[in-house]
Ligand binder design. Structure first.
Ligand SMILES: NC(=O)C1=CN([C@@H]2O[C@H](COP(=O)(O)OP(=O)(O)OC[C@H]3O[C@@H](n4cnc5c(N)ncnc54)[C@H](OP(=O)(O)O)[C@@H]3O)[C@@H](O)[C@H]2O)C=CC1
Ligand SMILES: CC(=O)N[C@@H](CCC(=O)OP(=O)(O)O)C(=O)O
Length: 318
Protein backbone atom coordinates (compact mmCIF):
# COMPACT_ATOMS: atom_id res chain seq x y z
CA UNK A 1 0.00 0.00 0.00
CA UNK A 2 1.37 3.45 -0.90
CA UNK A 3 1.78 6.16 1.71
CA UNK A 4 -1.48 7.57 3.03
CA UNK A 5 -2.57 11.10 2.17
CA UNK A 6 -2.80 13.36 5.20
CA UNK A 7 -5.92 15.31 6.18
CA UNK A 8 -6.33 18.20 8.61
CA UNK A 9 -9.75 19.10 10.00
CA UNK A 10 -10.47 22.63 11.21
CA UNK A 11 -13.50 22.88 13.49
CA UNK A 12 -13.07 19.26 14.54
CA UNK A 13 -15.05 19.47 17.79
CA UNK A 14 -18.30 20.11 15.92
CA UNK A 15 -20.98 17.65 14.86
CA UNK A 16 -19.67 17.36 11.30
CA UNK A 17 -16.03 17.45 12.48
CA UNK A 18 -16.61 14.36 14.62
CA UNK A 19 -18.15 12.50 11.67
CA UNK A 20 -15.20 13.50 9.51
CA UNK A 21 -12.74 12.15 12.08
CA UNK A 22 -14.63 8.81 12.02
CA UNK A 23 -14.54 8.66 8.24
CA UNK A 24 -10.86 9.56 7.92
CA UNK A 25 -9.95 7.14 10.74
CA UNK A 26 -11.64 4.31 8.87
CA UNK A 27 -10.27 5.19 5.42
CA UNK A 28 -7.58 2.97 3.91
CA UNK A 29 -5.81 5.81 2.06
CA UNK A 30 -6.16 8.83 4.34
CA UNK A 31 -4.84 9.56 7.81
CA UNK A 32 -5.30 12.49 10.15
CA UNK A 33 -2.53 15.09 10.18
CA UNK A 34 -4.16 17.49 12.66
CA UNK A 35 -7.55 18.28 14.11
CA UNK A 36 -8.18 21.75 15.40
CA UNK A 37 -10.49 22.92 18.14
CA UNK A 38 -10.14 25.79 20.56
CA UNK A 39 -12.29 24.19 23.25
CA UNK A 40 -10.69 20.72 23.13
CA UNK A 41 -7.10 21.95 22.76
CA UNK A 42 -4.72 19.33 24.13
CA UNK A 43 -7.31 16.59 24.67
CA UNK A 44 -6.88 13.17 23.01
CA UNK A 45 -9.10 12.70 19.98
CA UNK A 46 -9.81 9.12 21.03
CA UNK A 47 -11.51 10.42 24.20
CA UNK A 48 -14.19 12.10 22.06
CA UNK A 49 -14.31 9.90 18.98
CA UNK A 50 -13.72 6.29 20.09
CA UNK A 51 -13.55 5.05 16.49
CA UNK A 52 -10.20 6.87 16.28
CA UNK A 53 -7.60 4.82 18.13
CA UNK A 54 -4.42 6.80 17.38
CA UNK A 55 -2.59 9.16 19.69
CA UNK A 56 -3.44 12.50 18.05
CA UNK A 57 -4.68 15.37 20.23
CA UNK A 58 -6.85 18.32 19.31
CA UNK A 59 -4.88 21.55 18.87
CA UNK A 60 -5.98 25.16 18.83
CA UNK A 61 -4.68 26.31 15.46
CA UNK A 62 -5.63 29.89 14.63
CA UNK A 63 -6.12 30.59 10.91
CA UNK A 64 -2.79 32.44 10.48
CA UNK A 65 -0.92 29.36 11.75
CA UNK A 66 -2.71 26.82 9.59
CA UNK A 67 -0.06 26.69 6.87
CA UNK A 68 2.59 25.57 9.35
CA UNK A 69 0.65 22.31 9.79
CA UNK A 70 1.35 20.34 6.62
CA UNK A 71 -1.42 18.23 5.12
CA UNK A 72 -2.41 17.03 1.66
CA UNK A 73 -5.99 18.10 2.34
CA UNK A 74 -7.62 20.52 4.73
CA UNK A 75 -11.30 20.23 5.60
CA UNK A 76 -12.95 23.37 6.97
CA UNK A 77 -15.87 22.52 9.26
CA UNK A 78 -16.28 25.97 10.74
CA UNK A 79 -19.43 28.09 11.03
CA UNK A 80 -20.27 30.25 8.02
CA UNK A 81 -18.05 33.30 7.64
CA UNK A 82 -14.83 31.74 8.95
CA UNK A 83 -13.48 29.91 5.90
CA UNK A 84 -11.88 32.89 4.14
CA UNK A 85 -9.33 33.54 6.89
CA UNK A 86 -8.16 29.91 6.66
CA UNK A 87 -8.02 29.86 2.86
CA UNK A 88 -6.22 33.23 2.74
CA UNK A 89 -3.64 32.06 5.24
CA UNK A 90 -2.95 28.82 3.31
CA UNK A 91 -2.73 30.63 -0.03
CA UNK A 92 -0.52 33.43 1.37
CA UNK A 93 1.93 30.85 2.75
CA UNK A 94 2.09 29.06 -0.60
CA UNK A 95 0.53 25.90 0.85
CA UNK A 96 -1.66 24.24 -1.74
CA UNK A 97 -3.67 21.47 -0.09
CA UNK A 98 -7.00 20.28 -1.42
CA UNK A 99 -9.49 22.37 0.57
CA UNK A 100 -13.03 21.15 1.19
CA UNK A 101 -15.20 23.85 2.78
CA UNK A 102 -18.31 22.54 4.53
CA UNK A 103 -19.65 26.02 5.17
CA UNK A 104 -21.69 28.05 2.73
CA UNK A 105 -18.84 30.52 2.19
CA UNK A 106 -17.78 29.27 -1.27
CA UNK A 107 -20.98 27.71 -2.63
CA UNK A 108 -21.66 30.82 -4.70
CA UNK A 109 -18.07 31.23 -5.89
CA UNK A 110 -17.45 30.13 -9.48
CA UNK A 111 -13.76 29.66 -8.74
CA UNK A 112 -14.68 26.76 -6.45
CA UNK A 113 -16.00 23.37 -7.60
CA UNK A 114 -19.50 22.74 -6.16
CA UNK A 115 -19.20 19.15 -5.01
CA UNK A 116 -22.53 17.36 -5.08
CA UNK A 117 -20.96 14.25 -6.63
CA UNK A 118 -24.03 12.51 -8.04
CA UNK A 119 -25.05 15.67 -9.91
CA UNK A 120 -21.82 17.59 -10.53
CA UNK A 121 -18.95 15.07 -10.74
CA UNK A 122 -18.84 15.46 -14.53
CA UNK A 123 -17.84 19.10 -13.94
CA UNK A 124 -14.86 18.12 -11.80
CA UNK A 125 -11.67 19.17 -13.56
CA UNK A 126 -9.00 18.80 -10.91
CA UNK A 127 -9.98 21.83 -8.82
CA UNK A 128 -8.28 21.86 -5.40
CA UNK A 129 -10.91 24.16 -3.86
CA UNK A 130 -14.20 22.36 -3.25
CA UNK A 131 -17.41 23.80 -1.79
CA UNK A 132 -19.47 21.11 -0.04
CA UNK A 133 -23.22 21.62 -0.55
CA UNK A 134 -25.71 22.40 2.22
CA UNK A 135 -27.61 19.52 3.78
CA UNK A 136 -31.15 20.55 2.81
CA UNK A 137 -29.75 21.78 -0.51
CA UNK A 138 -28.45 18.28 -1.27
CA UNK A 139 -31.82 16.68 -0.49
CA UNK A 140 -33.73 19.26 -2.54
CA UNK A 141 -31.47 18.75 -5.54
CA UNK A 142 -31.77 14.96 -5.33
CA UNK A 143 -35.56 15.32 -5.21
CA UNK A 144 -35.79 17.64 -8.22
CA UNK A 145 -32.91 16.87 -10.62
CA UNK A 146 -34.45 13.95 -12.55
CA UNK A 147 -37.51 16.05 -13.55
CA UNK A 148 -35.76 19.40 -13.79
CA UNK A 149 -36.51 19.83 -17.50
CA UNK A 150 -40.25 19.23 -16.90
CA UNK A 151 -40.69 21.85 -14.19
CA UNK A 152 -43.27 24.59 -14.67
CA UNK A 153 -42.98 27.55 -12.29
CA UNK A 154 -41.54 27.61 -8.78
CA UNK A 155 -40.88 24.39 -6.83
CA UNK A 156 -42.04 24.42 -3.21
CA UNK A 157 -39.91 22.48 -0.73
CA UNK A 158 -41.02 21.78 2.85
CA UNK A 159 -38.06 20.75 4.97
CA UNK A 160 -37.73 19.32 8.49
CA UNK A 161 -34.30 18.78 10.04
CA UNK A 162 -32.97 17.31 13.24
CA UNK A 163 -31.41 19.90 15.51
CA UNK A 164 -27.82 18.82 14.89
CA UNK A 165 -28.26 20.80 11.66
CA UNK A 166 -28.05 23.94 13.76
CA UNK A 167 -24.52 23.13 15.01
CA UNK A 168 -23.31 23.45 18.59
CA UNK A 169 -23.49 27.21 19.09
CA UNK A 170 -26.52 27.58 21.39
CA UNK A 171 -29.68 28.89 19.69
CA UNK A 172 -33.43 28.22 19.80
CA UNK A 173 -32.87 25.76 16.95
CA UNK A 174 -30.71 23.42 19.02
CA UNK A 175 -32.35 24.06 22.40
CA UNK A 176 -33.79 20.67 23.38
CA UNK A 177 -36.18 22.24 25.92
CA UNK A 178 -37.71 24.58 23.38
CA UNK A 179 -37.85 21.80 20.80
CA UNK A 180 -39.52 19.20 23.01
CA UNK A 181 -42.93 18.32 21.52
CA UNK A 182 -42.38 21.11 19.02
CA UNK A 183 -41.75 21.86 15.36
CA UNK A 184 -39.98 25.17 14.84
CA UNK A 185 -40.35 27.02 11.51
CA UNK A 186 -37.56 29.45 10.59
CA UNK A 187 -36.12 31.39 7.63
CA UNK A 188 -39.36 30.83 5.71
CA UNK A 189 -38.23 32.90 2.75
CA UNK A 190 -34.75 33.45 1.37
CA UNK A 191 -33.01 30.65 3.31
CA UNK A 192 -29.46 30.24 2.07
CA UNK A 193 -30.25 26.78 0.71
CA UNK A 194 -33.19 28.25 -1.26
CA UNK A 195 -30.68 30.49 -3.02
CA UNK A 196 -28.15 27.67 -3.34
CA UNK A 197 -30.59 25.30 -5.07
CA UNK A 198 -32.05 28.08 -7.23
CA UNK A 199 -28.55 28.91 -8.41
CA UNK A 200 -27.53 25.32 -9.05
CA UNK A 201 -30.77 24.20 -10.72
CA UNK A 202 -31.72 27.39 -12.52
CA UNK A 203 -35.23 26.96 -11.07
CA UNK A 204 -37.20 29.16 -8.69
CA UNK A 205 -37.15 27.33 -5.35
CA UNK A 206 -39.46 28.22 -2.47
CA UNK A 207 -38.08 26.55 0.64
CA UNK A 208 -39.70 26.43 4.07
CA UNK A 209 -37.42 24.86 6.71
CA UNK A 210 -38.39 23.58 10.16
CA UNK A 211 -36.39 22.05 12.96
CA UNK A 212 -37.73 19.13 15.01
CA UNK A 213 -36.81 17.48 18.35
CA UNK A 214 -34.82 14.58 16.85
CA UNK A 215 -31.03 14.89 16.67
CA UNK A 216 -30.06 13.92 13.13
CA UNK A 217 -31.62 13.33 9.72
CA UNK A 218 -33.74 15.58 7.53
CA UNK A 219 -36.63 15.23 5.13
CA UNK A 220 -37.64 17.43 2.22
CA UNK A 221 -41.03 17.22 0.50
CA UNK A 222 -40.85 18.84 -2.94
CA UNK A 223 -43.99 20.01 -4.74
CA UNK A 224 -43.23 20.14 -8.46
CA UNK A 225 -45.62 21.55 -11.09
CA UNK A 226 -45.04 19.91 -14.48
CA UNK A 227 -45.32 21.48 -17.92
CA UNK A 228 -47.10 18.40 -19.29
CA UNK A 229 -49.07 15.62 -17.62
CA UNK A 230 -46.92 12.71 -16.51
CA UNK A 231 -47.59 9.13 -15.45
CA UNK A 232 -46.15 7.52 -12.34
CA UNK A 233 -44.39 4.91 -14.49
CA UNK A 234 -42.64 7.65 -16.49
CA UNK A 235 -41.67 9.51 -13.31
CA UNK A 236 -40.27 6.39 -11.65
CA UNK A 237 -38.37 5.53 -14.81
CA UNK A 238 -36.72 8.95 -14.80
CA UNK A 239 -35.53 8.59 -11.19
CA UNK A 240 -34.38 5.03 -11.78
CA UNK A 241 -32.54 6.10 -14.92
CA UNK A 242 -30.78 8.92 -13.11
CA UNK A 243 -30.00 7.27 -9.77
CA UNK A 244 -30.23 3.52 -10.40
CA UNK A 245 -26.45 3.06 -10.47
CA UNK A 246 -25.63 5.45 -7.63
CA UNK A 247 -24.29 3.53 -4.62
CA UNK A 248 -25.37 6.23 -2.16
CA UNK A 249 -28.83 7.02 -3.55
CA UNK A 250 -31.77 4.70 -3.02
CA UNK A 251 -35.10 5.09 -4.79
CA UNK A 252 -38.28 3.69 -3.24
CA UNK A 253 -41.98 3.71 -4.05
CA UNK A 254 -42.90 4.56 -0.46
CA UNK A 255 -42.03 7.92 1.02
CA UNK A 256 -38.72 7.57 2.91
CA UNK A 257 -38.70 8.20 6.66
CA UNK A 258 -36.20 10.33 8.46
CA UNK A 259 -36.00 7.81 11.33
CA UNK A 260 -34.69 5.23 8.87
CA UNK A 261 -31.95 7.39 7.37
CA UNK A 262 -30.36 8.63 10.60
CA UNK A 263 -26.80 7.32 10.92
CA UNK A 264 -26.69 6.11 7.32
CA UNK A 265 -24.41 7.42 4.60
CA UNK A 266 -26.79 7.55 1.63
CA UNK A 267 -29.92 9.46 0.68
CA UNK A 268 -33.37 8.11 -0.19
CA UNK A 269 -35.83 9.51 -2.70
CA UNK A 270 -39.37 8.24 -3.06
CA UNK A 271 -43.04 8.65 -2.29
CA UNK A 272 -43.70 9.73 -5.89
CA UNK A 273 -47.29 10.99 -5.97
CA UNK A 274 -49.13 12.64 -8.86
CA UNK A 275 -52.29 14.74 -8.86
CA UNK A 276 -55.20 13.37 -10.88
CA UNK A 277 -54.35 15.56 -13.88
CA UNK A 278 -50.71 14.36 -13.79
CA UNK A 279 -49.39 17.92 -13.59
CA UNK A 280 -48.42 18.08 -9.91
CA UNK A 281 -45.70 15.75 -8.66
CA UNK A 282 -44.72 15.38 -5.00
CA UNK A 283 -41.38 13.75 -4.16
CA UNK A 284 -39.77 13.11 -0.76
CA UNK A 285 -36.02 12.96 -0.08
CA UNK A 286 -34.29 12.10 3.19
CA UNK A 287 -30.67 12.07 4.26
CA UNK A 288 -28.59 12.32 7.41
CA UNK A 289 -27.56 15.98 7.54
CA UNK A 290 -24.25 15.10 9.24
CA UNK A 291 -23.37 12.34 6.75
CA UNK A 292 -24.67 12.62 3.16
CA UNK A 293 -25.55 16.24 4.00
CA UNK A 294 -21.98 17.00 5.13
CA UNK A 295 -19.19 14.53 6.09
CA UNK A 296 -19.93 11.67 3.67
CA UNK A 297 -20.23 14.14 0.82
CA UNK A 298 -16.92 15.71 1.86
CA UNK A 299 -15.30 12.26 1.79
CA UNK A 300 -16.70 11.59 -1.69
CA UNK A 301 -15.22 14.92 -2.75
CA UNK A 302 -11.84 14.10 -1.20
CA UNK A 303 -11.79 10.71 -2.91
CA UNK A 304 -12.58 12.40 -6.21
CA UNK A 305 -9.86 15.02 -5.73
CA UNK A 306 -7.21 12.35 -5.04
CA UNK A 307 -8.35 10.03 -7.81
CA UNK A 308 -9.57 7.33 -5.40
CA UNK A 309 -12.84 5.42 -5.97
CA UNK A 310 -15.55 7.88 -4.97
CA UNK A 311 -17.05 5.78 -2.17
CA UNK A 312 -13.78 4.37 -0.82
CA UNK A 313 -13.83 4.39 2.98
CA UNK A 314 -17.59 5.04 3.05
CA UNK A 315 -19.73 2.19 4.39
CA UNK A 316 -22.12 1.64 1.48
CA UNK A 317 -25.20 -0.52 2.10
CA UNK A 318 -26.20 -2.93 -0.61
N1 LIG B 1 -24.60 20.39 11.10
C1 LIG B 1 -25.01 20.08 9.87
O1 LIG B 1 -25.95 19.32 9.68
C2 LIG B 1 -24.32 20.65 8.69
C3 LIG B 1 -23.38 21.65 8.82
N2 LIG B 1 -22.80 22.19 7.71
C4 LIG B 1 -21.83 23.25 7.84
O2 LIG B 1 -20.63 22.71 8.36
C5 LIG B 1 -19.98 23.65 9.21
C6 LIG B 1 -19.78 23.00 10.59
O3 LIG B 1 -21.06 22.65 11.12
P1 LIG B 1 -21.23 21.90 12.50
O4 LIG B 1 -20.24 20.81 12.63
O5 LIG B 1 -22.65 21.60 12.64
O6 LIG B 1 -20.85 23.09 13.51
P2 LIG B 1 -20.59 23.04 15.05
O7 LIG B 1 -21.15 24.25 15.64
O8 LIG B 1 -21.04 21.71 15.58
O9 LIG B 1 -18.99 23.09 15.09
C7 LIG B 1 -18.28 24.20 14.66
C8 LIG B 1 -16.79 23.99 14.90
O10 LIG B 1 -16.13 25.20 14.59
C9 LIG B 1 -15.40 25.67 15.75
N3 LIG B 1 -15.66 27.11 15.84
C10 LIG B 1 -16.81 27.72 16.17
N4 LIG B 1 -16.69 29.06 16.08
C11 LIG B 1 -15.43 29.29 15.69
C12 LIG B 1 -14.69 30.46 15.43
N5 LIG B 1 -15.23 31.67 15.61
N6 LIG B 1 -13.42 30.35 15.06
C13 LIG B 1 -12.85 29.14 14.93
N7 LIG B 1 -13.50 27.97 15.18
C14 LIG B 1 -14.77 28.06 15.54
C15 LIG B 1 -15.94 24.91 16.92
O11 LIG B 1 -14.93 24.40 17.78
P3 LIG B 1 -14.12 25.07 18.90
O12 LIG B 1 -15.03 26.04 19.57
O13 LIG B 1 -13.72 23.98 19.80
O14 LIG B 1 -12.96 25.70 18.21
C16 LIG B 1 -16.43 23.63 16.29
O15 LIG B 1 -15.38 22.70 16.25
C17 LIG B 1 -20.89 24.88 9.25
O16 LIG B 1 -20.46 25.81 8.31
C18 LIG B 1 -22.24 24.32 8.85
O17 LIG B 1 -23.03 25.31 8.27
C19 LIG B 1 -23.08 21.72 6.45
C20 LIG B 1 -23.97 20.72 6.26
C21 LIG B 1 -24.69 20.11 7.39
C1 LIG C 1 -31.54 22.98 11.49
C2 LIG C 1 -30.61 24.04 10.92
O1 LIG C 1 -30.45 25.09 11.48
N1 LIG C 1 -29.99 23.74 9.79
C3 LIG C 1 -29.06 24.61 9.13
C4 LIG C 1 -28.55 23.94 7.90
C5 LIG C 1 -27.25 23.24 8.10
C6 LIG C 1 -26.36 23.42 6.88
O2 LIG C 1 -26.29 22.70 5.92
O3 LIG C 1 -25.73 24.53 6.98
P1 LIG C 1 -24.93 25.51 6.00
O4 LIG C 1 -25.67 25.76 4.75
O5 LIG C 1 -24.80 26.73 6.80
O6 LIG C 1 -23.66 24.80 5.76
C7 LIG C 1 -29.72 25.91 8.66
O7 LIG C 1 -30.89 25.91 8.33
O8 LIG C 1 -28.99 26.90 8.52
Amino acid sequence: MTEKKTVGIVGARGHTGAELIRLVAGHPRFELAFVSSRELDGQPVSAHVPEYTGGLRYANIPAPELASHAADACILALPNGHAAACVDSLVAAGADPVIVDLSADHRFDDDWYYGLPELTRNRYAGQKHIANPGCYASAMQFAIAPVRDLVDGPVQCFGVSGYSGAGTTPSDRNDVDKLRGNLMPYALVDHLHEREVSRQSGLAIEFMPHVAPHFRGLTVTANVHLREPATLEAVRARYAGRYGDEPLLRIGDDAPWVSRIAGRHGAEVGGFTLSEDGRRLVVVATLDNLLKGAATQAMQNLNLAFGFPETEGIPVES
